[in-house]
Design a protein around this ligand. Structure first.
Ligand code: FES
Ligand SMILES: [Fe+2]
Length: 345
């Protein structure tokens, strides 16, 4: 892999040079990281419905055929360019409003309105798409490189609360992901209290994978509440946390969309253990989901002003930043592509 050499960005007073080891922004060189991005809630597109959304600085249509299958494809009709979000679902296909050409679930044009021959290149770009936790996920690539993650407990044992958190953050998703290994900020911004010397041990706890990492942290949180969590990142767009907070287990995924460079929404997934179906157990489930939601919204809002305004430029890292520095390198090496570019823009 090519690693960019540190650059001298500035020479300040007294001749002090600012060394910066650059990171790639989303959209830089016309490329985006190859990761799963949430694009909408499943409930926003019912069978027979079409939704237009901005994605990777372009436009896609999300439509659900009568068979219930969700599809995410480039929005512009390859005939003369009409926006297919104005069109309609016909069976399991999408039909353009302008001249009624029809595209199947692979994105191939299968019919012209007046029966003329279908041009062989008349096709849409079809993104790999899955639905999980009531969210429609899209992979930036022709084939996914990894799967959307789940929790350590089976989904059948869990009750969920899922929604889009607004307003959007004014930065790339990967910048939010950096905070997971920014141990200094866990203490300064979020009020984690850890025993002396334990930050050093955290560096050894991080288990790296080709497309992410996990580590465990035990700490006292605000108000002296104890937590024992596994924290991790998948790709450049998914934060996952699971473990015990106070006296109960909950799982949390913050998945970051990418409508355009320098902007994302956090899709929030909360999971707690299901009760036995009694009204008391259901009330406990709802109470725990609310505690988890309040905690995580407060936490990500503590980050907002910093993330919305900073200019990421790794320069002077110290020992406490060892794992963060490794994540910066992970980001520099991360696969980037834009196979749908000619179709969605
Ligand atoms: S522009 Fe879509 S069918 Fe003509
Ligand atoms: Fe944070």
């Amino acid at each position: 892999m090519n690693h960019p050499a540190p650059v001298v960005r500035n020479v300040g007073k007294r001749g002090i040079k600012r060394h910066v080891n650059p990171l790639k922004h989303e959209g830089e060189d016309g490329l985006f990281t190859q990761t799963w991005f949430p694009i909408c809630l499943s409930s926003e597109v019912r069978p027979g419905e079409v939704l237009g959304q901005t994605f990777l600085d372009g436009k896609v249509v999300i439509f659900r055929g009568e068979n219930g299958k969700i599809n995410v494809m480039s929005a512009y009709c390859p005939h003369v360019g009409a926006d297919l979000s104005l069109g309609k679902v016909k069976g399991n296909n999408i039909q353009c409003l302008f001249h009624s050409w029809e595209y199947d679930e692979t994105g191939q044009c299968v019919r012209t309105a007046i029966g003329g021959q279908v041009p062989p290149n008349a096709c849409l770009f079809s993104y790999p798409t899955v639905e999980r936790y009531g969210i429609v996920w899209v992979f930036n690539g022709e084939e996914p490189l990894w799967d959307v993650p789940g929790f350590e407990k089976d989904d059948s044992e869990l009750a969920f609360h899922v929604y889009r958190h607004k307003p959007p953050y004014k930065c790339d998703p990967w910048l939010f992901c950096c905070n997971t290994l920014d141990f200094q900020h866990l203490i300064v911004v979020h009020g984690f209290q850890v025993p002396d010397g334990s930050v050093d041990k955290l560096h050894n706890e991080v288990e790296w994978q080709p497309f992410g990492f996990d580590y465990r942290i035990a700490a006292q949180h605000q108000g002296g509440v104890s937590l024992n969590w596994q924290l991790g990142i998948r790709g450049t767009s998914i934060y996952r946390q699971q473990g015990v907070y106070d006296d109960f287990w909950f799982g949390y995924i913050a998945a970051f969309s990418l409508p355009q460079p320098g902007m994302h929404e956090a899709f929030q997934i909360f999971a707690v253990e299901k009760g036995d179906g009694t009204p008391e157990a259901e009330a406990l489930v709802q109470r725990r989901l609310k505690i988890a939601d309040d905690l995580e919204v407060r936490t990500i809002e503590e980050d907002r002003s910093l993330l919305d305004t900073m200019r990421p430029a790794p320069g002077n890292l110290v020992h406490a930043d060892k794992s963060l520095g490794k994540f910066y390198q992970y980001l520099r090496d991360y696969p980037r592509a834009h196979p749908g570019k000619d179709f969605i823009t």
